[in-house]
Design a protein around this ligand. Sequence first.
Ligand SMILES: *Cc1c(COP(=O)(O)O)cnc(C)c1O
Length: 286
Amino acid sequence: MSIGGKSPYNSVFENLLLDSPEFISPNCTNCPLQKKPESCSEECLGGLEIYTEQNAGIIAAIILEPIIQGAGGMIFYKKEVLEKIRALCDRNNILLILDEVFTGFGRTGKNFGYDHSGIKPDIIAVAKGLSGGVLPVAATLVNERVYDAFYSEDPTKAFYHGHTMTGNPSACAAGLASIELYNKEERLKDVISLETKLKKMLTRLLSKFPGKIYGTRVLGAVAAFEIHSDEKTGYMNPSGKSIKEKCLEKKVIVRPLGNTVYLTPPYIITDASLDKIETVLINSLS
Ligand SMILES: *Cc1c(COP(=O)(O)O)cnc(C)c1O
């Protein structure tokens, strides 16, 4: 919770959280520094770089969501951010941990979020797409360097951290079956064609509601946009709520994050279902 930063998710625990420094998030759709992603030099990372260089000796790891920050508002950022942070970690002997729970298994159009870049992380967390949501299963994957640090005949060196249900056979079987289908049926191709369809859908929405929505963006099987609002943007912004209610009346479930509306359909969604979502969204925005 402490590394996630203060948010409505954890405000009741605020007094218990450890201090952790906060930095501006890279956001290539609505840049916090009003730069353009084609021409910027990732100035948004300045604060993180300075802090890291100054405190390298006491930092174990940098952890972030690659390419898309999900629940934080479907915030997209460019691969150079990952590459710069990898280099920063390497220079300072710091582990890079990527939370691929949302981005993993094809969601962004590549197997993993980091596949958009040339880097490899030291540790990744995966969950949602691991079983396609069929059964609850998550995994933490590490590279050889981390693995070797715990590999020993000496039991006190072992990584003694597990859960009652760790390695649950049914859940693991669902995960393996899901990965097999993902590969055999070439789900990544479905994501790429879904990406094209979602781009067209958002282009049509934007041309219908130019004064009402902005920040339309699509990557892989993720489409998102913001609703113009006079109130403070962010998770507590109420403008998504009426969209949600109107869509639910027509049996389409969307779950806006504040004023950010997003779609993350299953990769096998039919064109008929996509058309229905578009029609219902248009009605709810009208
Ligand atoms: C959904 C999600 C989580 C939640 O993980 P839990 O293990 O269920 O708490 C974590 N990180 C990201 C990026 C997510 O999208």
